[in-house]
Write a protein that binds this ligand. Structure first.
Ligand code: XMP
Length: 514
C-alpha cells in the first residue's frame, strides 16, 4: 500500500486516485495519525499532500521527523514539500511571493528520477504563499520557477522527493508521469493493482462482515447502489434482499427501469416500496435545502426499517446489515476527511439519524465514480446501468428550489424527460457528466404565449462535464440542441415560460442547486 497523508486539502483524494491510475493501491490517512502507526501499515511509499496552512502558521500540522528516517520513500507535494524542507533543515521563507494557478516550471536536471523523459519547460499548477529558498543537505534541486528557486528537490540515496506544485491536477501537464516516476523509479513499486483486486477484496470483506446474517440494500436507480448491490450479491447471494423505495422524487420511467434492468442483470431479490405520499407529507412546507436533505435521508432509513420488519416476518432470520453505495467523494464532501469543510450533507452520510438500527456495509467507500463503473463492468452489469449518469439520492427533491409538491414534481419530471430525450438523441450522453434540470419554483417571470400574458416559472439546464464530480465545468452544448430543448419545454410543459442555462463551473457552484 502507498499512504497518502492528508494535510486537510481536497487534494488528498485526487492524489490517491492518481496513484491508483498508476495501478498502485493507495489509502489516505490523516496527518494526525502517529508516524509509528503509519509505518506499522508497512507502506511501500508515503506521499505528503498539500494543505491550506502555511508551515509558519500557528497550529499548522507537523510531522515527526521519523517518517523521513524509516527508509520508506517519501514524496512531498506543496505543503508536504515545505514540511519536508523545514523538517530536514532546508529553508522556507514567508516571502509574500505568491503563485496561484498555471505556472511555467524550469527543469534543471532533466535526467533526474522525477523528471526523466519530460520537457525542460513544463506547465504546472501552483498554489502557495511560502517559498523554499534552500534545499536540505544531501538534496539536489531539480526544478525552479520564476519566483521559487527550489520548486523540486530529490535525494536518491534516502529516496526522498518533493515538488512545490500539485502534480495531481490535470493542469500540471506532466504530473502523472512525475508521480509514476516517483512510484516506479523512486520507490521501485511494480504497477499491479486493478479493479479486479477490489472485487476480490470486497467480496472477502463482505463475507467476513455479514457472516450468516441477512442484508438489505437500498437501490436508488443509480450506478453506485446498483454496483454495491451486485458486489454484495456476489458475496452473499440470496442472503441479500434489495429494496427500492419509490419516494416519488424519481425521474420519468426510472422506477420501471430499476425493476427491469437490474433484476435481469443480477437475479437479485427485489422489493419495491411505494412511499410517495409519505415523502411528500414529510417535505410539506420545507424549502431549506439542508432540511430537505435531512428529511429525505431520515425517511429513507425509516422506510427501510419498515421493509426490514416485513422481510423479517416473511423470512425469519435477522436483517442486520444495510448496504449503501457510498463513494469516496461523498465522504470527503460530508466533512469525513480531516480538516475539510462540510459542503453538503449527502443523504447517505451526514443525513443518517443517530438511532439507526443497521450496521452499514459500504463496499465502494474507497472508490471514485469512474472506478465504480469499472467494477460494475467487471461484475457484468449492463451498459445502461454502468454508464448511467449520476443522479442524487434525494432526487428531484433537491432540484426544486422551493417547497416540493406533487404538481411541481410532475412538472419537473416532464421538463427533465424532454431534456434527457433531446440530449440522448443528439448523442451527447457520454460527453456530459450529467445535466440536472432544475425548477425555480419560487421564481416567476412574465412571458407571452399565444397572444396572452403568462406568469410562469423558469427551468434551469445545468449540463456539466467532470471527471469525478469534485470539480466540474459547464458543458458547451450545441446551440441547436439547447434551442430544441428550450422550445419543447416551453411548448409542452404548462407553467414554464422560460428556459435558462447555468454557465457556472464547480467551484464556485456545486453541480446540484441544493
Ligand atoms: P454537488 O452538487 O455536490 O454534486 O456538486 C456532486 C455529485 O453528487 C451528486 N449528489 C448526490 N448524490 N446523494 C447522492 O447519492 C446526494 O445527496 C447527492 N447530492 C449530490 C450530484 O448529482 C453530482 O453528481
Amino acid at each position: 500500500v502507498v499512504l497518502v497523508v492528508d494535510f486537510g486539502a481536497q487534494y488528498a483524494q485526487l492524489i490517491a486516485r492518481r496513484v491508483r491510475e498508476a495501478r498502485v493501491y493507495s489509502e489516505i490517512v490523516p496527518s494526525t495519525m502517529p508516524v509509528a502507526e503509519m509505518l506499522a501499515k508497512n507502506p511501500k511509499a508515503i506521499i505528503l499532500s498539500g494543505g491550506p496552512s502555511s508551515v509558519y502558521a500557528e497550529g499548522a500540522p507537523r510531522l515527526d521527523r521519523a517518517i523521513f528516517e524509516a527508509g520508506v520513500p517519501v514524496f512531498g507535494m506543496c505543503y508536504g514539500f515545505q514540511l519536508m524542507a523545514t523538517t530536514l533543515g532546508g529553508t522556507v521563507d514567508n516571502t509574500g511571493a505568491r503563485e496561484y494557478g498555471r505556472t511555467p516550471l524550469h527543469v534543471s536536471r532533466a535526467g533526474s528520477t522525477l523528471f526523466e523523459g519530460t520537457p525542460v519547460e513544463q506547465s504546472v499548477w501552483m498554489s502557495h504563499g511560502d517559498a523554499c529558498s534552500a534545499a536540505p543537505e544531501g538534496f539536489s534541486v531539480t526544478a525552479s520557477t520564476d519566483v521559487v528557486p527550489v520548486a523540486a528537490f530529490e535525494n536518491d540515496e534516502k529516496k526522498l522527493y518533493g515538488v512545490q506544485y500539485h502534480p495531481e491536477v490535470l493542469h500540471s501537464t506532466h504530473g502523472q508521469q512525475i508521480l509514476e516516476h516517483f512510484l516506479y523509479r523512486g520507490a521501485g513499486i511494480e504497477p499491479s493493482w486493478t479493479t479486479g483486486n477490489v472485487i476480490e477484496e470486497q467480496v472477502a470483506a463482505i463475507r467476513a462482515q455479514v457472516g450468516g446474517k441477512r442484508a438489505i440494500c437500498g437501490l436508488s436507480g443509480g450506478v453506485d447502489s446498483a454496483v454495491a448491490a451486485a458486489l454484495v450479491q456476489k458475496a452473499i447471494g440470496s442472503q441479500l434482499t434489495c429494496v427500492y423505495v419509490d419516494h416519488g422524487l424519481m425521474r420519468k420511467g426510472e422506477t420501471e427501469q430499476v425493476e427491469k434492468d437490474f433484476v435481469a442483470a443480477t437475479g437479485a431479490n427485489l422489493v419495491v416500496v411505494d412511499a410517495q405520499e409519505r415523502f411528500l407529507d414529510a417535505l410539506a412546507g420545507v424549502s431549506d435545502p439542508e432540511t430537505k436533505r435531512k428529511i429525505i435521508g431520515r425517511e429513507f432509513i425509516r422506510v427501510f426499517e419498515q421493509a426490514q420488519l416485513e422481510i423479517l416476518q416473511e423470512e425469519g432470520p435477522e436483517v442486520a446489515f444495510l448496504v449503501q453505495g457510498t463513494l469516496y467523494p461523498d465522504i470527503v464532501e460530508s466533512g469525513g476527511g480531516t480538516g475539510t469543510a462540510n459542503i453538503k450533507s449527502h443523504h447517505n452520510v451526514g443525513g443518517l439519524p443517530d438511532d439507526i438500527e443497521f450496521e452499514l456495509v459500504e463496499p465502494l467507500r474507497q472508490l471514485f465514480k469512474d472506478e465504480v463503473r469499472m467494477v460494475g463492468q467487471e461484475l457484468g452489469l449492463p451498459e445502461e446501468i454502468v454508464q448511467r449518469q449520476p443522479f442524487p439520492g434525494p432526487g428531484l427533491g433537491i432540484r426544486i428550489v422551493g417547497e416540493v409538491t406533487k404538481d411541481r414534481l410532475d412538472l419537473l419530471r416532464e421538463a427533465d424527460a424532454i431534456a434527457r430525450e433531446e440530449l440522448t438523441a443528439a448523442g451527447l450522453d457520454r460527453e456530459i457528466w450529467q445535466c440536472p434540470v432544475v425548477l425555480l419554483a419560487d421564481v416567476r417571470s412574465v412571458g407571452v404565449q399565444g397572444d396572452g400574458r403568462t406568469y410562469g416559472h423558469p427551468i434551469v439546464l445545468r449540463p456539466v462535464s467532470s471527471e469525478d464530480a469534485m470539480t466540474a465545468d459547464w458543458s458547451r452544448l450545441p446551440y441547436e440542441v439547447l434551442a430544441k430543448i428550450s422550445t419543447r419545454i416551453t411548448n409542452e410543459v404548462a407553467d414554464v415560460n422560460r428556459v435558462v442555462l447555468d454557465v457556472t463551473s464547480k467551484p464556485p457552484g456545486t453541480i446540484e442547486w441544493e
